[in-house]
Structures are given as C-alpha cells and as structure tokens.
Design a protein. Structure first.
Length: 346
C-alpha cells in the first residue's frame, strides 16, 4: 500500500494520553494535524487505562466527536465509544495504532478487516514484554518462596520457622516465543533456571531448548513452571486441555498471560481442585470481569489478577515511542512495525 505523503494527515487520539506524549506526537512532522480532545474521551480509571470510565456525551459533544472521526486518517487506539459502527463513522481511516498487542480476535469479532479493507492495524507488540516478564517472576517467586504462608504468619503474629525452595536448575517452559515469551525466558535465566520454549517454526536462542507445536506435551512433562504467551487463534483455543494438564508434573505451576480461551478452564479447575497441579497465576479469563461466583476465586492455590499484569504507569510513554516511530514510517511510505495479520490474528 502506498501512503500519501504530500498533504496534511489528520491524526485523532481516541483514548486518554498525557499531554507531554501528545506533544511528542505533534513534533514528529509538520504535516500532521494532531487532534486531541480529552473532554470527549472516557476518563481513565488508572494510569495507562485505554478503556476508561463509562461516558455519555451530550448531543453537541457527540456531533463534534463524529465529525472528528469522519476526518481521521490515522487513529491512535480503538474508539471505545463506537466499537460497532467505527467503520461507518471513519470512512477515511487508513491506519489504526492499537495500544494492545492481542487485538486479533477483537478485529475479527468487530469485522474490521472486511469493513475497513483499506485500513492497516498495528499492535503494541513489545511494549508490554518487560512488565509481563516481571509479573511472571513475581508470580513464581510468590509460589516458590511461599509468600501466602508468610503473610498468614504475619497476620497471626506467629513466629514459626519454615522452609521454602529455590529456583536454580528448575525448568521454565514458555508456550509462545514472541517478544514477551523471550523476555520471560531471559529473566528466568537470570534466576538460574533452565528454559524451554514452543514456537511454530525454527529455533530460538532465547531458550535452552526449542520444541515444535506437536511436541507440546513432551515439553510440558519436563517443566516445573509453564508460562502461556501465545495469541488466541483457532489453533490455540483450549490448547491447554485435560490432556495437556495431565502431561504436566503433579507439582508444576502454571502462569497464563496469554488469553483466557487458551486454557480449558473446566479442566484446569478440576486439576487444581484435585491437587494435581501446585497452583496457577491467571491474568486472563474466558469471561472478563471474572464472575463473583466463579470457582477460581475460592481456590487457595490460584493467584487471580484482573487482566492487569501488563499495565504499567510507564506504558503510555513506551506506546508513544512506538507510535512516533510508526508515524515516520507511514509518512515515508515505508512498512509499519507490528502490522496485524488479519488472517493469522497476530
């Protein structure tokens, strides 16, 4: 696709962004008409919140926002107030930079690929790699160093010595060796762990040993910790099913920072209730928010995170770095970074 480079390009920011980052975007190129109207956007609930609080615009404000969408050639983030009808309201849209890495299923569900055939979607792949890798280290250290036990003793003002364990020589298996998976493996190596990983094709020097997808169960059988980082696609739907869980060591620990549907949740609940697995740290779920009556809440060996493992108060700065780089590519007619393959969904 050849991008126009000779006229003004209207860039509309569709989720809250700190003023200093907006200014950085404006400084990229004088041909940009950067439009940022925070009063028309959902207010963030926490740093780097790209969904925001529920918003009801006045009739006048809604008309203003629709007029801005109609002019937009470039969109920073998905418009949370017009998810269904974005293709109808933004006919001039040619490029949308997302603030998340895992946007494939959303684009598919909304039918954006077909309804916006001239629009390129780019992800935030790589932005969340370090925060997610740090989360995985926190989760496995919480488990192996018995943090819940420590907190229980402290709450009871009880002095009772105990033994935990250490990580050196244990095996961490990463299911999905993209940017996040490689970051997880690097940090695990820093703790003295052996690492393995599954990827669709080829090897990776990020891990000590690579496995092909048809060797998944072999890899799982050798792992003390399993980290799921694959995108949600038809091929990964319920990838971790009852058979995969049965292949794991009885004292293995499972961490899911991928997407909820990658796990057969019913099978995982059964394994955890039976005490087959040592535990799990789950950031993502099939249904979000997780219903209050869901069995996961009452399992003592489950650490529940409300899809926040990737979120950092420094996230918007990193996304802006990526966006500015992509703007330069776009205006130069060069390939963009992190283009979503709408068929493969990542």
């Amino acid at each position: 696709m050849i991008y126009p480079t000779h006229h003004t390009h209207t860039l509309l920011i569709a989720s809250y962004l700190e003023p200093e980052h907006v200014e950085r975007i404006r400084q990229v190129d004088p041909r940009l008409n950067v439009v940022y109207e925070p009063d028309l956007l959902p207010r963030p609930r926490y740093p780097a919140d790209h969904t925001g609080m529920p918003l009801v615009r006045s009739a006048a404000d809604e008309a203003r926002w629709r007029a801005l969408l109609a002019q937009a050639e470039i969109l920073f983030d998905f418009d949370q107030t017009h998810r269904q009808d974005l293709p109808d309201l933004a006919p001039n849209l040619r490029w949308l930079q997302a603030t998340s890495a895992g946007i494939g299923q959303f684009v598919k569900t909304m039918g954006y690929a077909k309804r916006l055939p001239n629009t390129i979607f780019t992800t935030a792949s790589g932005v969340h790699a370090r925060p997610l890798a740090e989360f995985c280290m926190m989760a496995l250290l919480t488990h192996y160093k018995r943090l819940p036990h420590i907190q229980t003793l402290q709450a009871q003002k009880q002095w009772e010595r105990y033994a935990a364990t250490d990580l050196e020589g244990r095996t961490l298996a990463v299911v999905g060796l993209g940017k996040i998976g490689r970051a997880v493996a690097r940090m695990a190596k820093g703790l003295g762990m052996r690492t393995s990983g599954m990827r669709a094709s080829g090897n990776s020097d990020a891990v000590d040993r690579c496995y092909a997808p048809d060797q998944l169960h072999t890899m799982l059988a050798e792992a003390d910790v399993v980290v799921l980082v694959v995108p949600h696609t038809p091929a990964t739907e319920k990838l971790i099913d009852a058979a995969a869980l049965a292949a794991m060591k009885p004292d293995a620990y499972l961490i899911n920072i991928a997407r909820g549907p990658v796990i057969d949740e019913a099978a995982l609940i059964s394994a955890l209730q039976a005490g087959y697995l040592a535990g799990a740290a789950l950031d993502v779920f099939v249904q979000e928010p997780l219903p209050t009556d869901h069995p996961f809440w009452s399992l003592p060996n489950v650490l529940i995170i409300p899809h926040s493992a990737s979120t950092s108060d420094r996230e918007n700065a990193r996304i802006t770095d990526l966006f500015c780089e992509n703007i330069r590519h776009y205006l130069a007619g060069e390939p963009l970074v992190n283009v979503l393959d709408v068929e493969r969904l990542y």
